[in-house]
Design a protein around this ligand. Structure first.
Ligand SMILES: Cc1cc2nc3c(=O)[nH]c(=O)nc-3n(C[C@H](O)[C@H](O)[C@H](O)COP(=O)(O)OP(=O)(O)OC[C@H]3O[C@@H](n4cnc5c(N)ncnc54)[C@H](O)[C@@H]3O)c2cc1C
Ligand SMILES: *[C@@H]1O[C@H](CO)[C@@H](O)[C@H](O)[C@H]1NC(C)=O
Ligand SMILES: *[C@@H]1O[C@H](CO)[C@@H](O)[C@H](O)[C@H]1NC(C)=O
Ligand SMILES: *[C@@H]1O[C@H](CO)[C@@H](O)[C@H](O)[C@H]1NC(C)=O
Length: 515
């Protein structure tokens, strides 16, 4: 799509015309001296894959990740039209020792769709964007973005799935690594709503996978998808789209002390066994710089599905008793797609159609913590966290924000799944904390990363006996494979390694944190 304006290899031929005029037209690449490389590119070329390589005009845009902190140089980027094309690309990579990575929406925080180092083959799934729905079953091409999926499902029978908020995030990385959204306590992670997939393995086989066929692959792909293959198609069990009340309560008068008390009250409210929260309640807590007396904004927000304002008020009353009177409150009854637009920050339905406007980029680092039901945050760690936010957080040029997302509680659909339901390894999570920082040009990467890591460090130092898991979709670019596996898959590492050994013994699908 993006490089359709020049036919196979022609630009390279033009650029190198002087040097290559005497050579056959089939071997136009600059790396002729490197036979292996040139055979690799010819392999792609012969498969009709029209590789985009360095030196072509499209290369800079086609290889630009969402996170501009990374500038990896793939050996080639291809845009297959179907699963057979994906398989052909994988075979070329495998045959020539070039590591292969799928690119869905390209939103990996660590640019892992580019392999996390130079010289990989990136298989973009941009042309695998078919969508169909039949009854409650949706068939979703592996290259779709969440906004297009939500829009299509809404427009074809008012169907819906629980997934994240950003329209440009790809279903490939999102469902492949879990996929949390505000309705996930009601319906589960996006991965939990997938009933089968089609996947290209390292040997170039195109396999169906589900709980009843190639069950080990399906299990691994729903949580550790990037490591096991390239998912070319998802089948999902959709839900009837539901209305909700979106709400937010802000506390502009808080300082660090009140914020720590507020966080602990929010945590108790979320986990109180005597008053289990409905699965219909999606609940967040946000802390970020804001125009308040302290310079920091603290707010509790979310959406209550299938509920009205009276029910919201009654449910939230015990929490508000502890938080005090909000300085601002918003409540809005929304139909399903209005709620999707609201979280996307989109103005109208076109804002969900990712083919109509280009994606934006950021220059950032993010990392995460899962707080579990059995080891909630204590007062020392809550205090340390809020002192950091209300202290150092007001003195930095890093553009940071923190989101606490409620996962658990006994009624939550995430929690109700078995711990080993799929490769996602944090069914015991009560909530996630995402620490995110964008770095303006006057903040060096190392400085910005240290600032964000300091937040998590403040929490962990004050709770040294708790082993915190983390969320793989907020993938931490600084982790080695060992650390990543410990944080993201503490109890699933052995089984995932076994499945990786079975399907990808030569690590064709390699990146710094694969199995
Ligand atoms: C603005 C923004 C908002 C976000 N909001 C949320 C949120 O609300 N909830 C949440 O859970 N997460 C959220 N995320 C994180 C997001 O879920 C992950 O970054 C996700 O992995 C991105 O998927 P992608 O396909 O866009 O990325 P990519 O970079 O294309 O892929 C990510 C990883 O998955 C692999 N991969 C991609 N497609 C496939 C495939 N088809 N088969 C196999 N492997 C594949 C890639 O090789 C790479 O390793 C957000 C991210 C951003 C940038
Ligand atoms: C292969 O060729 C490309 C394009 O000319 C070049 O950028 C890349 O570095 C080469 N890779 C190897 C492994 O030699
Ligand atoms: C997005 O817009 C394009 C161009 O108008 C259209 O072909 C496509 O069907 C739209 N996608 C969705 C999901 O509505
Ligand atoms: C809900 O609470 C808000 C204040 O938080 C109040 O303004 C509103 O009238 C209440 N609505 C109902 C239906 O209880």
């Amino acid at each position: 799509m993006r490089h359709a304006y020049f036919p196979s290899g022609s630009l390279v031929v033009t650029v190198l015309a002087a040097a290559l005029l005497s050579l056959a037209a089939r071997v136009p690449y600059s790396s002729l001296e490197n036979r292996a490389n040139s055979t690799f590119l010819s392999c792609l070329e012969h498969a009709g894959l029209d590789p985009v390589v360095q030196g072509e005009a499209a290369y800079a845009t086609d290889s630009a990740p969402f996170n501009l902190r990374f500038k990896y140089k793939p050996a080639a980027i291809v845009y297959p039209k179907d699963a057979a094309g994906v398989a052909a690309a994988v075979k070329c990579g495998a045959a020539h020792g070039v590591k292969v990575n799928a690119r869905g929406g390209g939103h990996s925080y660590a640019a892992f769709a580019l392999g996390g180092e130079d010289g990989h083959l990136t298989v973009s799934l941009d042309n695998l964007r078919h969508l169909s729905v039949s009854g409650d079953t949706a068939t979703i091409g592996g290259g779709n973005h969440l906004g297009d999926v939500a829009l299509y499902l809404w427009q074809h029978g008012k169907r819906a799935l629980a997934h994240g908020t950003c329209p440009y995030v790809g279903i490939g990385g999102h469902a492949g690594q879990g996929g949390f959204g505000i309705p996930s306590r009601l319906w589960g992670l996006l991965a939990d709503q997938i009933t089968s997939i089609e996947l290209v393995t390292a040997s170039g086989s195109i396999l169906p996978a589900s709980p009843s066929r190639n069950a080990d692959l399906f299990w691994a792909a729903m949580g550790a998808g990037a490591s096991v293959g390239i998912i070319t198609q998802f089948t999902a069990a959709t839900h009837k789209a539901v209305d909700s009340v979106a709400f937010s309560y802000s506390f502009a008068n808080y300082g660090a002390k009140e914020a720590s008390r507020g966080l602990l009250a929010w945590q108790r409210f979320a986990s109180d066994p005597g008053r289990p929260l409905d699965a219909e309640l999606g609940l967040q807590l946000h802390v970020n710089p804001g125009s308040t007396p302290s310079g920091i904004s603290f707010s509790v927000s979310g959406s209550y599905y299938n509920a009205d304002i009276a029910k919201l008020n009654a449910t939230m009353a015990p929490l508000l008793t502890e938080l005090g009177r909000p300085t601002a409150t918003t409540m809005q009854t929304q139909d399903w797609i209005t709620s999707v637009l609201y979280y996307a920050g989109a103005q109208n339905l076109n804002g969900l159609n990712t083919t109509l406007a280009p994606d934006v980029h950021d220059h950032f680092y993010a990392t995460s913590t899962f707080v579990s039901e059995h080891a909630p945050l204590g007062k020392p760690s809550a205090d340390a966290l809020m002192q950091y936010f209300y202290g150092l957080g007001t003195k930095t040029n890093v553009g940071w924000f923190i989101i606490f997302d409620l996962y658990g509680g006994p009624k939550s659909a995430i929690r109700r799944r078995n711990a080993d339901f799929n490769a996602f390894d944090a069914r015991d999570a009560l909530y996630s904390i995402q620490y995110y920082g964008s770095f303006p040009s006057n903040v060096a990467d190392a400085t910005g990363i240290a600032f964000i890591q300091g937040m998590k460090g403040a929490l962990e130092r004050n709770q040294p006996h708790t082993v915190f898991k983390e969320y793989v979709n907020y993938i931490d670019s600084t982790y080695s494979a060992d650390v990543a596996h410990r944080k993201y898959y503490p109890t699933h590492t052995a089984r995932l390694t076994e499945i990786k050994n079975k399907y990808d013994p030569h690590r064709v699908f390699h990146y710094p944190q694969d199995f």
